[in-house]
Design a protein around this ligand. Structure first.
Ligand code: XMP
Length: 526
């Protein structure tokens, strides 16, 4: 059994980062909502607990509080931002409603030679004070510490920027150690989990594989498992992992809806069926999808049709696998946390479709072997399982595929043109280094693709007039895909891609570059 750190989420935008940093330190950690029960806290078996930041003010009535058991369990507790404030308020200190918000870079003086901050500093002042460069984001602040606490850190604006009760091993910081702007953040969290909570670095991919393999075997026994393979990272890694565990008891169903990227279907079959020896049934359903999409140009309707047909095809195929009792899905940890977050649902901008969302109609039990992992861990796992890096580090691709990248009605010949234009764009991104770094432009962008615009424009080629379609290039940089900037690709690169597309893809005579951010635009065009 791993030692584990429990993170209670008070609603900060960056709570997941705490879990990722702790895992980077080699210690397993999970995020749960702050309002879990005392009983949950007592039974969880945490080696330490971290209270996250959050948007509320403890000075108001009825704002979130940590379960009292957190402070009675006898394990170390680290409060961050709101977590510090609620710790102070719950243990008898005082929090004042800030009149000015402090946001961004700050320099914090470490005090009191605590076990948490001892010898951790970015620089030392002339007077010999150890200083930390940190990132702050708060309005409220603690103005009186609970009994038993001593001062651990301070800034000019925030005299109590950190406090500690070393006897009970309770620590709290007003700044955010989980963000990279806090230079010593990883060192601080590492110190907390290793030295203060006593956790070993026992969370790593090779060990995880053997544990996960054993867990899958125990879970499914001699039953058969079906998995919908999409060619995307999550379902691919899930397939490789499950195959490692149960070999031929796994059957993958790969629905080719005709809206995949160039040679994608071939690549999936080569990688899984030929290289890894996985049983894969490839369903060539392009005709069926195209048939249902004919004459439909509304984006939402297109998405719904593709999603519905996908389920339909999958259902028919999986019914043929008689012994199957399990449906495997590539659900990952951020999906789990998001669906646990209550009342956060915003407007539906686009109805999402992916290989998930199948279960109820199939009457199969769910096998989700990646549900503990963050995306970067899924990628590391994929590499450790022998999947090619180029595949594991691919940009995300939407479930409806090129169906949402061909504006308006989807037609076979549009899809063929788009596939070729897109492949040229991606190839050039991969081949062009980003000056002054060891990355290429594919690695330096989060998502890049071509979009087919069903409008014709006039051009001239040789001596002749052309009247052909337009392709838009889209490349964005983003951390979370919720907001995104358009990538400032070098003009030479854009020029080369444009020339190649126009010369090599007959039917396209104009290429444009999308310079809209998200918001107000979205990443995909539909
Ligand atoms: P938007 O266009 O909403 O896209 O800015 C945000 C991210 O979501 C991806 N996307 C999808 N992924 N099924 C998916 O699995 C979908 O239906 C879908 N629609 C958009 C999009 O590619 C981008 O990464």
């Amino acid at each position: 059994m791993h030692s584990k750190i429990l993170i209670l989420d008070f609603g900060s935008q960056v709570t997941q980062l705490i879990a990722r940093r702790v895992r980077d330190a080699g210690v397993f950690s999970e995020v749960y909502p702050y309002d879990v029960s005392d009983e949950f806290i007592r039974n969880y078996g945490a080696a330490g607990i971290i209270l996250s930041g959050g948007p509320n003010s403890v000075t108001e009535d009825e704002t979130p509080r940590a379960p009292q058991a957190v402070f009675e369990l006898g394990v170390p507790v680290l409060g961050i931002c709101y977590g510090m404030q609620t710790m102070a308020a719950q243990l008898g200190g005082q929090v004042e409603n800030g009149t000015v918000r402090e946001f961004g870079y700050a320099e914090v003086r470490a005090r009191g030679h605590t076990n948490l901050l001892k010898d951790i500093a970015d620089f030392t002042t002339a007077e010999g004070h150890g200083m930390l460069k940190v990132w702050m984001s708060h309005g409220d602040k603690v103005n009186s510490m609970p009994v038993g606490f001593k001062l651990m850190a301070s800034t000019d604006n925030c005299p109590i920027a950190g406090m500690a009760d070393e006897e009970r091993r309770f620590y709290a910081v007003q700044f955010h150690p989980e963000v990279t702007h806090t230079v010593q953040g990883a060192a601080l969290l590492g110190r907390f989990v290793h030295e203060i909570c006593g956790c070993k670095s026992d969370w790593n991919m090779p060990d995880y594989i053997s544990e996960a393999v054993a867990a899958i075997r125990a879970q499914v026994g001699s039953d058969d498992v079906i998995l919908g393979l999409s060619g995307g990272v999550d379902s691919s890694v899930a397939a490789a992992l499950i195959h490692r565990a149960i070999g031929n008891q796994l059957t993958c169903v790969f629905v080719d809806h005709g809206l995949l990227r160039l040679d994608e279907g071939k690549m999936v079959m080569e990688m899984f069926a030929e290289n890894l020896g996985v049983k894969v049934i490839r369903i060539d359903a392009a005709q069926q999808f195209m048939g249902h999409l004919a004459g439909v140009s509304d984006p939402e309707q297109k998405r719904k049709i593709i999603g519905r047909e996908f389920v339909e095809v999958f259902q028919v195929e999986s019914a043929k696998i008689k012994n199957a009792k399990w449906l495997a899905q590539g659900t990952i940890y951020p999906d789990v946390i998001e669906s646990a977050g209550k009342g956060k649902k915003g407007h539906t901008i686009k109805s999402h479709h992916n290989v998930g969302g199948l279960p109820e109609t199939l009457h199969l039990k769910l096998l989700e072997p990646l549900r503990e992992l963050f995306k970067d861990e899924v990628r590391k796992l994929g590499v450790a399982l022998g999947l090619p890096e180029a595949m594991v580090y691919r940009h995300p691709f939407p479930g409806p595929g090129l169906g949402v990248r061909i504006l308006g009605e989807v037609k076979q010949d549009f899809a063929d043109l788009l596939r070729r234009a897109d492949a040229i764009f991606i190839e050039e991104l991969r081949n062009t280094p980003v000056e002054g770094t060891d990355q290429n432009w594919y690695q330096a962008t989060s998502q890049a693709f071509a979009v087919f615009l069903p409008v014709k424009s006039v051009g001239v080629m040789g001596d002749g007039r052309t009247y052909e379609y337009v392709v838009a290039l889209r490349a964005v940089q983003t951390l979370d895909f919720m907001t995104a900037q358009w990538a400032h690709l070098p003009h030479e690169l854009l020029g080369k891609v444009s020339n190649r597309i126009i010369n090599e893809v007959r039917g396209i005579n104009r290429v444009v570059y999308d310079i809209s951010g998200k918001p107000p635009a979205t990443i995909e065009w539909e």
